[in-house]
Structures are given as C-alpha cells and as structure tokens.
Design a protein around this ligand. Structure first.
Ligand SMILES: Nc1ncnc2c1ncn2[C@@H]1O[C@H](COP(=O)(O)OP(=O)(O)O)[C@@H](O)[C@H]1O
Ligand SMILES: [Mg+2]
Length: 390
C-alpha cells in the first residue's frame, strides 16, 4: 500500500438494526484505480430497547419529534463507542484512524418523489449524530451520505454499487453483487463495464420476513432463524408461496427500492392470516418465506438482469449468507451461475456495507463524487456526505 494511504473506519447499521458493523480499511489512490484492503472488522450489539425503538420508528409508528432528536444523539454516542471498541479490539490507536464513515441508522426513506404539502418531495433520514462521533473519538467523521445524491435528483440509494464496481468489475466476466441484509439488493456489473453500465435495485426481502416471523413465534426470544434450523423442520406451503410470488413489487420495473415500510408489520399480518387458513405450523411459514425470499431474488435476476447481460458469478454478502437454506435455494435455482461470498474478495460477508461506506467517505474527503447516477437516477455525480471535523 502506498505511503499516502489513509485508514478509514466504516460504520453501518442496516434495516435489521441487529448490530453495528465496523470495518477498518486501508485506502489509497483514486477511483477507478482506488486500492483498498481490510485491516480488521467487528460487530457490536445494539441494546434491546434502542433496537425496539428504531424498529418502531422505521415502521412508521407516530412518535414525538423529541424521541427522534434524542435517539439521533443516543445513537451518535453508540456509534462512537462502537468505533472506540473496534480500534481497541484491533489494537489500532484511535489517532492512526484518519476518518470515520458513518452511514447512520435509516429511519425513513422515500426515494421517488411523492406529493407532500402541495409539492412532489423525496427525502431520507439517517440518524446517529456524526458531530457526536467526531467529538467522542477525536476523528473527523463523515455522515449523511444519501441526501447529496437526492438533492442531485437521485433516489439517494443504492450507494454501495460504487464499491461493488471498484471491488468486483472484471474485463471478461459479468458479475452480480447480492447483499442479503434485511432487504436484498443487487448490483449488476457487466463484463468490461464502465461506471455508467452498472445498474442496481432492491429485489425485495432478504431476512426481514424470516426475522419477523421468528420473533413473532418465539415472542422475541429469538431474533432470527440461526442456521435455518426452524425452517429445516417445516414444509413449504405451495399456495402461500404462489401468493407471495405474485407480489406486485417483484414485477415493478427497476430502478426500485423497498424497506420496512412495505415488508413490515402489515405484510407479516397478511402472512399470518394466510397461515391460519392453511393450518400452518410456525416452521412451515418460516420455511415458506425463506423459499420465497430466495425465489424473489431469482425472479429479479431472470426478469431484469439475465435478458440484458450475461452473468457468470453471484457474489453474496450480508447476514443472509449464514442461512444455509436461503443460500442452497439460490444456488440450486441459479446454476450454472457460480455462487461466491464476498470473503473471496477480501471483504467478510457481514462487513461489506461498512467497507463500502469507508470507500465513499475516502472519496468525499478528497472532494470526489461517489454516487453512480446509473444506479441512483441522479442527474449528475455528487460528492456525498457531511464532514464533521474533530
Ligand atoms: N447464523 C445465522 N443464521 C441465519 N441467519 C443469520 C445468521 N446470522 C445472521 N443472520 C441473518 O442476518 C441478519 C442481519 O444481516 P445484516 O447483513 O446485518 O442486515 P442489515 O444490513 O439489514 O442489518 C439477521 O437479522 C439474520 O436474519
Ligand atoms: Mg446488520
């Protein structure tokens, strides 16, 4: 790594709000020739009451502005503590970290403009006050990456495709990057792609439905189906699977994005109602949504990607890589496309997004844009984020 490299700590908490992922990345050069290498990573828990409040707000429950304001600062402290704990774990002095990249916790995202108080408006809100992170760590912190893209006419998402392009592009092989977080999203990188050839969209649910059913049936004692152990005991309910596969979101033309607003409480309520009609056992419902999740990704690839470009490899990241049923279904349905995990490219599955935001912050720090207009719909490249000097 050249002498003028920077150590950047990426912090991410996704739709699942299951924890804070941290990735310490050594970065040098400039896009598209930027070089990066992971120095270490960590996962830190989000305390239960904080997670519960995040999920409540993200599902659209009306809450006082006071709570959002307080949570913004409380999360800022939590992210700062996560940064400090990560450096301690990795035995890296805080002083050697040039920059923190903090995505923040999304509590609301409206990508395409919709009518609001007499004007079409889009907006996004990630909380976890970066000024607090900068003050507590003494490290310059960049946060709030999405608004600049939105202000440039984009949907503010997805932003990870910039990193996918840097990490995965290949002269001869078409590749798709798939992240299985709460929501599943793909970045398509055709062989020999220029940045403007890259496209990306959310295919639908990843772990969000599985997690919600597991929490429901265990009354919150379990948060996810570890190792797909519950689903493995169940049967797939074909009538329900067919209903789910008829979901209009799957047919919607990309670019498109989704979240807890759609695949949230109301959606789960409908699945539970169907389940009662079919006298389903909990394990049957969990298996059915797991299969649906895999097939919704396959459907998106068959419908919107493979007719346009040849794909040789699918590179998977996110917590869903630890669900063997989900991965097995994907592999079986997509053969002969090769399924790999991001680990093969030097990025551990759980820290892929934290790693990506470290790259975005590095570009911002050097006054360079890092949105891909072909992925977000922005009318121009934009320098992303807000800088809080320590
Ligand atoms: N051992 C495991 N077995 C099955 N699923 C897992 C396992 N570990 C994590 N997951 C799933 O991954 C999810 C978290 O994935 P993550 O990539 O952190 O999503 P997000 O970006 O939305 O926070 C968990 O909620 C869970 O559903
Ligand atoms: Mg997570």
């Amino acid at each position: 790594m050249p002498k003028n490299s920077l150590l950047v700590l990426g912090l991410m908490s996704g739709t699942s709000a299951d924890g804070i992922e941290a990735a310490l990345v050594r970065i040098s050069g400039a896009s598209p020739k930027l070089k990066s290498k992971l120095e270490g990573h960590a996962s830190l828990p989000i305390p239960k009451p904080i997670r519960a409040r995040i999920l409540q707000i993200a599902e659209g429950t009306p809450v006082p502005a006071a709570d959002i304001s307080q949570l913004n600062f409380r999360l800022g402290h939590l992210f700062a503590e996560a940064a400090i704990a990560t450096c301690k774990k990795l035995r890296v002095p805080l002083k050697s970290v040039a920059l923190i990249a903090s995505h923040g916790q999304t509590i609301f995202h409206q990508g395409p403009p919709i009518p609001f108080l007499g004007a079409k408006t889009s907006s996004t809100l990630q909380i976890g006050e970066p000024s607090v992170i900068a003050a507590r760590t003494g490290i310059t912190t960049i946060g709030d990456f999405r608004p600049a893209d939105m202000a440039a006419g984009g949907q503010g998402a997805p932003l990870v495709p910039f990193a996918d392009y840097l990490l995965y592009r290949h002269e001869k092989l078409g590749r798709v990057s798939l992240n299985l977080g709460g929501i599943a999203n793909v970045t398509v990188i055709p062989a020999h792609a220029k940045p403007q050839d890259v496209f990306a969209f959310d295919t639908g649910p990843a772990n969000i439905l599985i997690d919600a059913l597991v929490s429901h049936f265990t009354k919150g004692r379990q948060r996810f189906d570890a190792g797909a152990r519950i689903a493995s005991r169940g049967d797939c309910l074909v009538p329900l699977l067919e209903k789910l596969l008829a979901d209009p979101y799957l047919r919607l033309q990309p670019p498109k994005s989704t979240g807890r607003e759609y695949f949230g409480r109301t959606y789960i309520g409908k699945i539970l109602t169907q389940g009662r009609k079919l006298s389903a056992r909990p394990e049957d419902l969990i298996r059915t949504v797991t299969v649906f999740t895999a097939l919704s990704v396959v459907d998106a690839l068959n419908r919107f990607v493979l007719p346009r470009t040849k794909i040789f490899q699918l590179i998977v990241s996110g917590g869903g890589t630890r669900n063997p049923l989900l991965m097995g279904q994907l592999e079986a349905a997509l053969a002969p496309i090769e399924l790999l995990t991001s680990e093969k490219f030097g990025v551990p599955e759980q820290s892929k997004e934290a790693y990506a935001f470290a790259l975005l912050a590095y570009e911002t720090f050097h006054h360079r844009p890092s949105n891909l207009p072909s992925a977000t719909g922005a009318t121009r490249p934009a320098i992303l984020g807000k800088i809080c000097y320590a």
